[in-house]
Design a protein around this ligand. Structure first.
Ligand code: FAD
Length: 158
């Protein structure tokens, strides 16, 4: 049922049509379509394939409580402080802040991925569980043991 939300396939076809008539460059159209089909829809598929149960995945056995500075922003680590402070003010942080700053720190510190999942679900304006949970448990924490991603981000060269 479509209750008025944008349909992803229709959006991608509209973008393709815009490229075909020369209204947008190929790299912009390709990048947008890849994010929608290659990530958004992939993430959505993982959620509906693996829930319920996925939310309790903890392949690395991490149990440390979420540090209080995720809520307060009070830490001497400047990047974490900036990301959390912006999050408190705007209910938004861009992808790399979520993945490489707050996400990677939590994974390296051994934070319980379910506690981190509750934090992401609570603080972001765009947080709906079907998209937040695979991004947090799978992409950011490797808590699903490599179902969504191929290796922990801390192990990548990027
Ligand atoms: C730990 C963590 C938690 C996240 N929680 C959420 C969340 O609660 N809600 C949310 O919408 N996104 C979440 N994301 C994914 C990502 O951060 C946002 O989709 C992205 O910041 C949107 O920015 P943009 O519109 O500039 O994306 P662009 O890079 O311009 O991509 C275009 C569109 O593709 C889709 N897209 C791109 N990357 C992803 C992705 N990894 N997962 C799903 N869709 C994607 C989005 O619809 C996005 O608007 C999370 C990522 C991480 C690492």
């Amino acid at each position: 049922m479509n209750c008025g939300l944008l349909d992803p396939l229709r959006v991608c076809r509209e973008v393709e049509a815009a490229w075909r008539v020369g209204a947008v460059p190929l790299n912009a159209a390709e990048g947008f379509i890849r994010q929608i089909i290659g990530w958004r829809e992939y993430v959505r598929g993982i959620y509906w394939l693996k829930m319920p149960g996925y939310e309790h995945a903890n392949a690395l056995g991490h149990t440390r409580p979420l540090p209080w500075f995720y809520w307060s922003g009070e830490t001497d680590m400047a990047c974490v402080r900036a990301a959390v402070t912006q999050t408190k003010q705007e209910a938004y942080a861009h992808h790399i802040q979520r993945l490489i700053i707050t996400g990677n720190f939590a994974m390296l510190a051994g934070v319980d991925p379910h506690a981190l999942h509750i934090w992401y679900l609570s603080v972001y304006a765009d947080a709906y569980e079907w998209v937040e949970l695979p991004n947090t448990l799978g992409m950011s924490q490797f808590a699903d043991g490599g179902l969504l991603g191929s290796k922990p981000y801390a192990a990548s060269g990027g």
